[in-house]
Design a protein around this ligand. Structure first.
Ligand code: PHE
Length: 339
């Protein structure tokens, strides 16, 4: 059963506001049911713990500078999500195939960049936005149609770069890289990192940061120097700015050794009880992905018994769901993994 009225960013949102039998709507109930979850606002959840650790880095490095938002409504206009950040009219991310549309003008934000322009317009010059974002996608151990991002924006004024002797864009790009390398150190300790040039409609130049982790280069964030047009439209024509957007699940999977992105949504206390407030990087101990079944079976055997006979009887009924239990129980095939 899905709660039918949610409170999101101070607004009351009903199921009928989000899920509609209408050709301009492609939001299923399974996605509606994720809308009020706000994993990033739970201090005992890996996503919330990571958000807090990022806040802590910014609070320490830039005391009282960054305004923090983590309760902005994920229902935004097409204008906020795409137009305001200069996403071209024919960009694939606008398609019904990729984005959840509530109606032709309203979407579930597909990135926290949807709030950049509005916060700049409201006069914020240093800010962080954490929130749930939605993308139509297949589901597997590293993909889920709902995940969480942290956006950061910093605006500079002429005083900042004029004394430095470098041009405004280079100044912002250098500052951005220093800031994010510092963040990676804060979260990971000593790690190898590299910058890759890339493209985003809203930044130029644009970069991706990769970190070397368990023998692989892992893309952890996108960033760049904000397109001047975005600043001009928000009344900041004499400024430059940088922005970054970072996927919280990706980083949390690495920091906490969480092998499957679906686990973040688990209510199983074997998952939730493993994390506590402020404890970044506690290593997750895996458990069976099947629900526990607290039924023991005892039986007597004669000489003709072999373990695999029993396994075959069980698999004949349970199929591939049956896995081997913990060795050392009464018989190897035992424990609550069994069926
Ligand atoms: N919004 C981008 C994404 O979701 C990330 C990003 C944010 C890139 C800000 C540059 C600047 O992929």
């Amino acid at each position: 059963p899905v709660a039918s009225v949610l409170e999101l960013g101070g607004l009351k949102i009903g199921r009928e506001d989000v899920v509609r039998d209408d050709p301009t709507n492609n939001v299923p109930d399974t996605i509606f049911s994720k809308l009020g979850m706000q994993l990033h606002r739970r201090d005992q959840h890996p996503i919330g713990i990571l958000k807090n650790a990022i806040h802590e880095y910014f609070d320490t490095s830039y005391p009282n500078k960054f305004d923090k938002f983590d309760d902005l409504c994920p229902i935004v206009s097409v204008k906020q999500n795409f137009d305001d950040v200069l996403v071209p009219a024919d960009h694939v991310s606008r398609s019904y195939n990729d984005t959840y549309y509530i109606d032709a003008q309203t979407v579930l934000r597909c990135h926290t960049s949807a709030h950049q322009a509005e916060l700049l317009r409201r006069g914020h010059t240093h800010f962080l936005v954490a929130g749930d974002v939605y993308r139509r996608d297949s589901i597997d151990s590293t993909h889920y149609p709902v995940f969480h991002q942290m956006e950061g924006v910093r605006v500079f004024s002429p005083d900042d770069w004029e004394a430095s002797g470098v041009d405004a864009t280079s100044y912002a790009a250098e500052d951005l890289k220093k800031c994010l390398e510092g963040l990676a150190h804060h979260l990971f300790g000593a790690v190898e990192m590299r910058w890759i040039d890339t493209y985003f409609p809203f930044t130029n130049p644009s970069f991706e940061l990769e970190i070397y982790f368990q023998d692989k280069w892992l893309e952890v964030l996108g960033c760049g120097v904000t397109e001047q047009e975005i600043l001009i439209r928000s009344g900041k024509m004499n400024n430059v700015a940088w922005a970054f957007g970072l996927g919280l699940e990706r980083l949390a999977m690495v920091l906490f050794d969480i092998p499957d992105i679906r686990l973040f949504w688990s209510n199983d206390e074997r998952f939730t009880s493993q994390f506590s407030k402020g404890q970044l990087g506690v290593k997750f101990k895996p458990f069976s992905k099947y629900p526990p079944c607290y039924k023991d079976i005892s039986f007597w055997i004669n000489e003709s018994f072999t373990e695999n006979n029993l396994c075959e009887v069980v698999r004949g009924i349970a199929g591939d769901l049956a896995e081997e239990g913990v060795p050392g129980g009464p018989g190897h095939f035992s424990g609550n993994e069994c069926i």
